[in-house]
Ligand binder design. Structure first.
Ligand code: CA
Length: 227
């Protein structure tokens, strides 16, 4: 497993690297305190997961995230500081896969790394899924409603796929969490809410309907589909 840490606080880098090595002795860790170099390393080092601090000295973490997502689906965990909930929401909207608030517990950090690295991907033989008036290209994250197209993020696409496969029945938060982060994940309903809110808006742009994804309070969601 290869882990890239983009973080300018050397103490945090050291403690993260140490935790990773104790848990996975074969792990290869690369790190940088600069956003630009981090971007290059995503390409050249091709990590299995990226740990990304939002406050960096050259370009900020959001810019790194935006640029990485132009060419890579690598799982990204953003590091945020306590009290900056807006940053977390913005990061998730930009398709970060998860977040950790500093200071954090090592066990929590390791659990999140593990679940993202093990996440099952969309089967290669199933790249297009069609149902009703919807057609979704799973590897490209392109969603069509009749002839109208919108591009989803990877997380939005995974959620859309889960919801439409189970259209007109309730999909629970925990089953969405499993889809996004794997089986033994502690779960983050807040992150799911951010992704779904964004997804709902995108679906509205192609369908003109903002009630396609209906919220079932404290349970999950229903995808309303007429077939
Ligand atoms: Ca920083």
């Amino acid at each position: 497993m290869k882990v890239l840490i983009i973080e300018d606080d050397e103490n945090i880098v050291e403690s993260l690297a140490l935790s990773l090595r104790m848990r996975w002795p074969d792990v290869v860790v690369s790190s940088t305190g600069m956003g630009e170099e981090g971007l290059q390393l995503v390409e050249t080092f091709s990590p299995d997961i990226v740990i990304l601090d939002l406050g960096l000295p050259d370009i900020n973490g959001f810019e790194v995230l935006r640029q990485v997502r132009l060419f890579s689906d690598v799982p990204i965990i953003i590091l945020s500081v306590l009290g900056d909930e807006d940053d977390i929401v913005r990061g998730l909207e930009m398709d970060a896969d998860d977040y950790i608030v500093k200071p954090f517990k090592k066990m929590e950090f390791l659990a999140r790394v593990k679940s993202l690295v093990r996440r099952k991907n969309v089967p290669v033989d199933l790249t297009v899924y069609e149902r009703g008036s919807y057609k979704v290209f799973l590897s490209l994250h392109h969603l069509y409603y009749n002839e109208n197209k919108v591009t989803l993020t990877k997380s939005e696409c995974l959620i859309f796929y889960k919801l439409i496969q189970n259209a007109n029945s309730v999909v629970t938060y925990s089953s969405i969490a499993r889809e996004l982060w794997g089986d033994d994940y502690p779960g983050s309903i807040e992150a799911i809410r951010v992704y779904v809110q964004r997804l709902r808006k995108k679906i509205e742009t192609v369908t003109g309907n903002n009630a396609v994804i209906e919220t079932k309070s404290n349970v999950g969601y229903i995808f309303n589909l007429q077939e």
